[in-house]
Design a protein around this ligand. Structure first.
Ligand code: NAP
Length: 294
């Protein structure tokens, strides 16, 4: 079998276009321009690249982008003060604090300070709790993207055996709730799971969010399964430039899976697209408008 390649780039582009169309409609009908504020502390090069592309795509979608850059040595109270200002700013509908933060800052304290209504990353405990109890919530972008990708292959996930490898707060745990909401039967594996290959082989839908290059081998995959690879791992190459691979041994997996996301070009592009969707949703909710069509 040769797996269908799930084109995350194209699916993300179409999602961004939908978010842009909704932003335009909100402008026309309500004089409302959704605004996203991004807080970047320090000089982490990967974070800086990521923040630049968030700002660019926000502006391209017809929304306002507010970039706040703070020096590496900034104090926790200064970051908290900025978050409070953004909470109170009516032109800001989404607030994202880029992680990781420097050591002197308690990340959880900062995330907890974001107004849950503007928490477009979905990391605030109020949004995590709302998601877990089936209430409307702002949902973390990467897991949301995973479910959208899976649904391009299976319009309904009801009754499917889904196995998630990884239980982080930003990917694995929100995926549990999202997949339960889709009526999948969900198993979560982690570093203490016994016989991980056998657990993975049960999956009709296998989602890997581990951070270990090529960990999931071809013979861990049930023939015909759909595989969503969240991993982003840089591995060395002979030319010294390195390359990005996922958590799934892609070439092997393509021989067995029914459908698979490539890395790069699978889950990655969905994250920012979902961030734009969350910003439009937050802008509507904050202004008492109905849920947008995206
Ligand atoms: P994380 O917080 O480090 O969590 C990794 C999870 O994998 C943990 O639950 C850990 O289990 C589990 N794990 C580690 N080694 C394992 C093993 N040998 N067998 C089974 N499970 C194992 O990572 P994360 O933040 O969720 O990110 C995971 C990957 O996704 C990374 O490559 C990251 O770069 C990528 N990612 C991509 C995007 C995107 O596409 N935009 C966004 C976020 C993350 P324990 O809990 O037992 O330690």
């Amino acid at each position: 079998m040769t797996a269908q390649i799930i084109d995350g780039k194209a699916i993300a582009a179409s999602l961004r276009a939908k978010a842009a169309a909704e932003a335009q409609r909100l402008g026309k009908e309500h004089g409302l321009t959704p605004g996203l504020a991004v807080v970047l502390v320090g000089e982490n090069p990967a974070s800086a690249v990521y923040v630049r592309s968030k700002s660019k795509q926000t502006v391209e979608a017809g929304m306002r982008s507010f970039d706040h850059r703070l020096p590496e040595a900034v104090s926790e109270s200064e970051v908290l003060a900025l978050v409070q200002r953004l909470n109170a700013d009516p032109t800001v509908h989404g607030i994202l604090v880029q992680l990781p933060l420097p050591q002197q800052i308690d990340s959880q304290k900062i995330l907890n300070a974001v107004d849950p209504a503007k928490d477009v990353d979905g990391f605030h405990p109020v949004n995590a709790g709302r998601l877990a109890t089936g209430l409307p919530a702002l949902v973390p972008c990467t897991p949301l993207g995973c479910v959208i990708l899976a649904r391009t292959v299976h319009p309904s996930l009801a009754g499917m055996e889904a196995v998630i490898v990884g239980r982080s707060n930003i990917v694995g745990k929100p995926l549990i709730q999202l997949l339960l909401n889709e009526n999948a039967t969900v198993t979560v594996a982690h570093s203490k799971t016994r016989d991980l290959p056998a657990v993975c082989r049960r999956a009709d839908l296998l989602l890997a969010a581990v951070g270990r290059p090529d960990m999931v081998r071809g013979d861990w995959i049930k023939p015909g399964a759909t595989v969503i690879d969240v991993g982003i791992n840089r591995v060395p190459t002979e030319d010294g430039k390195g390359r990005i691979v996922g958590d799934v041994a892609y070439a092997e997996a393509c021989e067995v899976a029914g459908a698979i996301t490539p890395v790069p070009g699978g889950v990655g592009p969905m994250t920012i697209a979902c961030l734009l969707v969350n910003t439009v949703r937050a802008a509507c909710a904050i202004n008492g408008l109905p849920k947008p069509a995206v």
